[in-house]
Design a binder for this molecule. Structure first.
Ligand code: G3P
Ligand code: MG
Length: 246
């Protein structure tokens, strides 16, 4: 049977759709609502600092043009990553992974760290994120779970921090899901919830693997996934799929 030691309801990108994604304000927002777990995305700046951001480009969340992988951290840290969602959030910054980890530890938030490499930076991102995660969560009761769509990033993460758990991220559950999970000794399969079926859920659990579904925003769908045994749901709908949902 699968074993899941982590929170079952997790806020997507920190604060779901209620706070600017991948910011410290988002982490604090989720925690204030009672969330015990967060998912966020980690990418490398142009000079190799792991930061929280989803897109490879800066436009959508900061309003300036540019590529994360070509911008030094000092420049990224000056950008406004909150105003796009509303005046209330103006002044929020792109946090470093280190700042985010410290806030998670301070607030008692468990983290699913999605390693989100910009194209061409897969190994470097996996290695840097995993090395830093091992350092920042040293001695923590619940270690962060490192996940990625990138096989190279997962491989590098395993080499850099073999003791940290890994999750295999996929969109649709592929036919070779078991080989993918075993390739990097993953404890969990993270799939688009629309691709999970009850028989698949049974098979995944029978292999001893946990199931995380993203991004689940409809409470009826959430109930169904939980009834199939899904171990963890990642949600944007922090108002209806609350930490107390399970
Ligand atoms: O980690 C699950 C989910 O966050 C993957 O999709 O694009 O929101 O990072 P995305
Ligand atoms: Mg993500």
């Amino acid at each position: 049977m699968s074993r899941w030691r982590y929170p079952r309801i997790v806020a997507h990108r920190g604060g779901g759709s209620f706070a600017p994604e991948n910011t410290l304000a988002a982490l604090r927002f989720g925690a204030a609502l009672g969330f015990k777990g967060v998912e966020f995305d980690v990418m490398l700046s142009g000079d190799g600092t792991p930061v929280l951001i989803h897109d490879e480009t800066l436009e959508r969340t900061t309003g300036v043009s540019g590529e994360v992988a070509r911008t030094p951290y000092a420049e990224l840290a000056r950008l406004d990553a909150g105003a796009w969602l509303g005046e209330r959030w103006r002044g929020e910054r792109i946090p470093s992974f280190e700042q985010a980890a410290r806030v998670c530890r301070e607030l008692g938030l468990w983290a699913n760290v999605e390693i989100k490499p910009a194209a061409g930076h897969e190994r470097a991102t996996g290695e840097a994120a995993a090395r830093l995660a091992a350092e920042l969560w040293r001695g923590a009761e619940l270690p962060p779970l490192l996940s990625s769509f990138s096989r190279e990033a997962l491989d590098a993460a395993r080499s850099a921090a073999p003791g940290l758990p890994r999750g295999c991220l996929v969109e649709d559950v592929p036919a070779d899901w078991l080989a993918r999970v075993r390739e990097f000794d993953c404890v969990s399969l993270h799939c688009d919830h629309r691709s999970l079926t009850q028989p698949l859920a049974r098979g995944i659990h029978a292999a001893g693997c946990a199931i995380l579904c993203w991004t689940v925003n409809d409470p009826r769908v959430a109930r169904e996934l939980l009834s199939w045994g899904a171990d963890c749901l990642v949600t944007d709908a922090l108002d209806v799929i609350t930490a107390a949902f399970v």
